[in-house]
Design a protein around this ligand. Structure first.
Ligand code: HEC
Length: 121
């Protein structure tokens, strides 16, 4: 009975999927540039939560909503930070080109919200 045997890996995969962070709601997603989001997930998502209501895989890496809702952060400071990211800290040794920085900043700032509340750690 080959169908029975094939059922097992599927069950195992379903179990794994349940441990992943909740995916972004597909249907009612806000107008976020999917390519930017995909880039953020690939380049940064290994450490940071790059979307609202998620916890960072790397506890040392602040959730992006937390970063952008810090007082004093604005487009300019965030841009400067990302351009100079290779200086500090060690984990953040990457070089982004100008359009990438621009896209990431624009995307990250969509998570700014006046009634933001930090997640309970
Ligand atoms: C290997 C893990 C790792 C990756 C990948 C990573 N980060 Fe970080 N990031 C960190 C850690 C750790 C911190 C906290 C540094 C600290 O506060 O000392 C941080 C902090 C930051 C900060 C906040 C700086 C501040 O004001 O404290 C920003 C913004 C940021 N990361 C953006 C990004 C972006 C954009 C990417 C992808 C291009 C990225 N990070 C990829 C680990 C990572």
């Amino acid at each position: 009975m080959p169908t029975m045997r094939r059922a097992f890996p599927i069950v195992a995969m379903a179990g794994l999927a349940a441990c992943q962070p909740a995916p972004a709601p597909e249907a009612s997603a806000p107008p976020v540039d999917r390519q930017v989001l995909a880039f953020a997930q690939g380049a940064c998502g290994g450490c940071h939560a790059v979307e609202a209501n998620a916890l960072s895989p790397n506890p040392e890496a602040p959730e992006w909503p937390l970063i952008v809702n810090r007082s004093g952060l604005n487009e300019e400071t965030l841009t400067t930070w990302l351009v100079d990211a290779h200086n500090y800290p060690e984990e953040m040794d990457f070089d982004l080109d100008a359009p990438q920085v621009e896209d990431l900043v624009a995307y990250m700032l969509t998570m700014q919200s006046e009634d933001y509340e930090p997640p309970i750690m």
